[in-house]
Ligand binder design. Structure first.
Ligand code: ZN
Length: 442
């Protein structure tokens, strides 16, 4: 069950409570709503509560979506979960647009500007804005959760596979195919090494099997250097043939497969800059930080027969994952990063021609663009009805509302009531245990 966060009257975190208990607290007038997303209550009077139970916040960073899970290690209960969608592509697009706009100035008839192309220096550890935004999104949520829950430890998935695990010597039989921790590490390693493609035909987005380059029947070993990935047709077609005969028609590919197979373990370790940067910054937070590999996450998930979703992935990160993991009834909060507006002061039309200048003010009549509001507009106004959505403020006091049904214009500010302030994110209720079809089936 997804729990409700509770803070005391000094805004110090208490143990999250069952939604039923939260309802009672609200009904009895003992608590008020402190935040809507994630749903948090604040107690009205100071109470003598026992020390809250320690919780672990687990993070599975992804390129598009990051899984977050708050787990009680002692009881194995998932207290709260979320899926955080980043806005990498939008940032890239916005920066490309700005670059194009600035480039346009060069050819315009304006006063002479000296060329500026080699007078910039990037500080060490610089990350492209789209990657840095992911790190910032995650750090924001770690700090938000630690403010409303008693988080005493963090877990982060850091690498796809664990090199130390791989360096284990020979393994017996088909052990690596049957979901042992070692098998999961091998699979992740091979996926990385062979770029998630069939080594023989280059097919991707297809289930891949672990394949022995020198067939087992010919004395091939189960060493990782003798393993590659093949789609089912290729695997069946090759059978026990010698690689040289099998790829006789394509000497170029043969050479590539042989070279790739020989490549050292360390070459295949694609260093994920974003994850390491996140690791460094989480370490700086001072909380004990546990790291796990993608192979370990997959193994933990498979052993507990949980479906593949971002938040369940997060709950399975690391060695500390409790043996029975109770996920029943957990509804993940879907968080989407929206940004906090632009710095651009000059509005332009489609051709980049300036059409107006933005006002310095952001807040009108107590509202700011992006706030969640509920508007009950009485008869006699064009926008009659009850609308709930994000507001776009105007200096005239007649706001626009973006609702799930579409856009409503001309809503007078005096009928608007704030539900949630623009905090750079949009929220939605997820469905429990719904598998994400966009994930590669690896
Ligand atoms: Zn193939």
């Amino acid at each position: 069950m997804s729990h409700v966060f509770v803070v005391d009257s000094d805004k110090q975190p208490l143990s999250p409570v069952h939604p039923g208990r939260a309802r009672l607290l609200l009904k009895a007038g003992k608590a008020a709503v402190y935040r809507r997303a994630p749903f948090t209550l604040i107690l009205k009077k100071p109470v003598e509560e026992p020390r809250p139970a320690p919780l672990r916040l687990k993070i599975d960073p992804g390129a598009r979506t990051t899984g977050l899970a708050l787990v009680d290690d002692a009881s194995g209960q998932v207290i709260w979960a979320a899926e955080l969608t980043h806005r990498g592509a939008e940032i890239k697009k916005a920066l490309d647009k700005r670059r194009a706009m600035r480039r346009g100035r060069r050819s315009r008839q304006t006063r002479y500007r000296t060329s500026r192309f080699d007078n910039r220096r990037r500080r060490t550890g610089w990350l492209p804005p789209l990657h840095l935004s992911r790190v910032h999104n995650i750090l924001t949520w770690v700090s938000r959760i630690t403010r409303i829950a008693h988080v005493t430890a963090l877990s982060q998935e850091l690498v796809r596979f664990d090199l130390q695990q791989l360096e284990q010597p020979e393994i017996a039989g088909v052990q690596y195919q049957h979901g042992t921790l070692f098998g999961c590490e091998v699979r992740e390693y091979l996926l990385e090494k062979w770029q998630r493609r069939c080594s023989y035909c280059g097919a991707h987005n297809r289930p891949l099997q672990i394949e022995h380059i020198v067939a087992r029947a010919r004395g091939g070993t189960a060493r990782v250097s003798n393993l590659c990935l093949a789609c089912e047709p290729c695997n069946t077609k090759k059978g026990t043939q010698v690689l040289k005969d099998f790829l006789a028609h394509d000497p170029e590919r043969l050479a590539r497969v042989l070279a790739q197979a020989k490549a050292s373990l360390k070459d295949a370790t694609a260093v994920n800059v974003t994850r390491w940067e996140l690791f460094r910054r989480l370490q700086a937070s001072g909380l004990p930080l546990e790291t796990g590999s993608g192979g370990r996450t997959k193994y933990n998930r498979r052993v507990r027969s949980l479906p593949k979703t971002h938040w369940l992935g997060a709950a399975c990160v690391g060695e500390s994952t409790p043996e029975p993991l109770s996920t029943e009834g957990v509804v993940p909060l879907l968080i989407t990063a929206t940004g906090r507006g632009r710095r651009k002061m000059c509005n332009t039309n489609a051709l980049g021609f300036p059409t107006g200048h933005r006002k310095r003010r952001r807040r009108y009549f107590g509202f700011q663009t992006g706030d969640q509001v509920r508007a009950v507009v009485p008869e006699g106004f064009a926008a009659v009805g009850t609308h709930v959505g994000r507001v776009m403020v105007r200096a005239t006091g007649h706001f626009d509302l973006t609702t799930t049904q579409g856009r409503v214009s001309g809503v007078p500010h005096r009928f608007c009531h704030p539900i949630g302030r623009n905090d750079g994110y949009r929220y939605q209720r997820g469905t429990p245990h719904a598998a994400d079809p966009t994930l590669p089936s690896a």
